[in-house]
Design a binder for this molecule. Sequence first.
Ligand code: ADP
Ligand code: AMP
Length: 219
Amino acid sequence: MNLVFLGPPGAGKGTQAERISGIYGIAHISTGDIFRENIKKGTELGRRAKEYMDRGELVPDEVVIDIVRDALVDEKCDRGFLLDGFPRTVAQAEALEVMLREIGRPLDRVVNLSVPDEVVVERLTARRTCRNCGRNYHLVFNPPKVEGVCDVCGGELFQRDDDREETVRARLEEYRRKTEPLIEYYRERGLLVEVAGDGDMDEVTQAIQEALATAAPGG
Ligand code: ADP
Ligand code: AMP
């Protein structure tokens, strides 16, 4: 199964992508995670991406498209893939269409997770991320067992620079202007499945599974 998760920052894409990719045995590709790993390692790509991320802006299309092209041909994608946080612009969606045609792996569904803006701000300002493995927690809705420590790998939890309220607002504006048009783009192509993202985490996972099992593409 080849999937895309769309939705505003904080919709729960990463949280649900981890669960759904595990359930279906497919590769989870998060462009945001790839950038953060590169920032941690101090690569040139990380340095370039950080400039934009810290301002709450999107990284330029050509940079992101090259990364996704490399990720899609990895053997981890042989059983399918779930793209989390890509595409985020119409140019990225068009490039993706061409790449997938070239490798003969068309998309099966695009899941749009919708949540209201107030929920986005509430979720992101209390998100904490593991410095070591990248797993996300929420101080109230999904707290770690020991404060400040990742349950899975014992790494230190920190607040992403771009999760401060001011930057969250900038990211929401970028989302409205550049990413939201993709909902219509994929609806027109008969691939869109809409799922409400504001229930609790297990409810949302269930709703995605049901939508993937039952919804005829076309939303
Ligand atoms: P995205 O990848 O779309 O930016 P995340 O999956 O990182 O979003 O979720 C954002 C924050 O909200 C995290 O702190 C996460 O733990 C929390 N979260 C995710 N889904 C839910 C949910 N259904 N209910 C409450 N909190 C959630
Ligand atoms: P995320 O982890 O998905 O919230 O992404 C964090 C940040 O990485 C975004 O705010 C962007 O600056 C950058 N980013 C991630 N994916 C993309 C993309 N597909 N296009 C442009 N920028 C991206």
